[in-house]
Write a protein that binds this ligand. Structure first.
Ligand code: GDP
Ligand code: MG
Length: 164
C-alpha cells in the first residue's frame, strides 16, 4: 500500500485540472460549470521515485452556498479520515471564501500533512496579489500554483515528495 493524497476544495477551484496534471492523464473531467457532480477518481501515481494514490473529489448537484459549505465540510472530514496527505485547494482568481475559512478550521484538527494550495496563480506577476487575501486564514505556508499553466507546480511536487 502507498500513501493516499486527497484533493479537497469547493467546486471549480481546479482540483480536476491539478489531478490531470499530476497523473498526466485526462481522467478527471474538467468542467467549467461549478457544482457538476462527478465521481471520485483514484489513480496510482509514480512521481520520480515516489508512489502514491491520488484522489480527486467531485462536486455536488446543487450549488446554493449553504449546501456547498456543508458539502465541503463533509469532504474535508472524509479526507482527514481517508488521506495520509491532504491538498486543500483554493481559488486565487476568486479570492478567499467563508467556506475556505471553515475548512481550515476543520483541517487544523488533524496532524496529517496539509498543503494549502492557492490555484489559478497563473504567472509570477500575479503571485503577491492573488495570494495576499489568503494570509488571513492564518496558515503557515501557502503554495501558489497554476494547475492549468504549470506555475509553481514543480515546487509543489517537491514539497509533496518530501512528505512521502
Ligand atoms: P474542480 O471543480 O475543482 O475539479 O475544478 P476544474 O478542474 O474542473 O476547473 C474549474 C475551472 O477552473 C475550469 O474552467 C478550469 O479551466 C479552470 N482552472 C483550473 N485551473 C486553473 C488555473 O490554474 N488557472 C486558471 N486561470 N484557471 C484554471
Ligand atoms: Mg472536478
Amino acid at each position: 500500500s502507498c500513501p493516499i493524497v486527497v484533493l479537497v476544495g469547493r467546486p471549480n477551484v481546479g482540483k480536476s485540472t491539478l489531478f490531470n496534471r499530476i497523473t498526466k492523464s485526462r481522467n478527471a473531467l474538467v468542467d467549467p460549470t461549478p457544482g457538476v457532480t462527478r465521481d471520485r477518481h483514484y489513480e496510482r501515481v509514480t512521481w520520480e521515485d515516489r508512489v502514491f494514490m491520488l484522489v480527486d473529489t467531485g462536486g455536488i448537484d446543487d450549488n446554493p452556498e449553504d449546501l456547498m459549505v456543508n458539502h465541503i465540510r463533509e469532504q474535508a472530514m472524509a479526507a482527514i479520515e481517508e488521506a495520509d496527505i491532504i491538498f486543500f485547494l483554493m481559488d486565487g482568481k476568486h479570492g478567499v471564501t467563508p467556506a475556505d475559512h471553515q475548512v481550515v478550521e476543520i483541517l487544523r484538527r488533524t496532524e496529517k500533512p496539509i498543503f494549502y494550495v492557492v490555484n489559478k496563480v497563473d504567472s509570477p506577476e500575479q503571485e503577491i496579489e492573488r495570494l495576499s487575501p489568503f494570509w488571513e486564514l492564518g496558515v503557515e505556508k501557502l503554495w501558489a500554483v497554476s494547475a492549468e499553466h504549470n506555475y509553481g507546480f514543480n515546487s509543489l511536487m517537491d514539497g509533496l515528495s518530501e512528505q512521502i
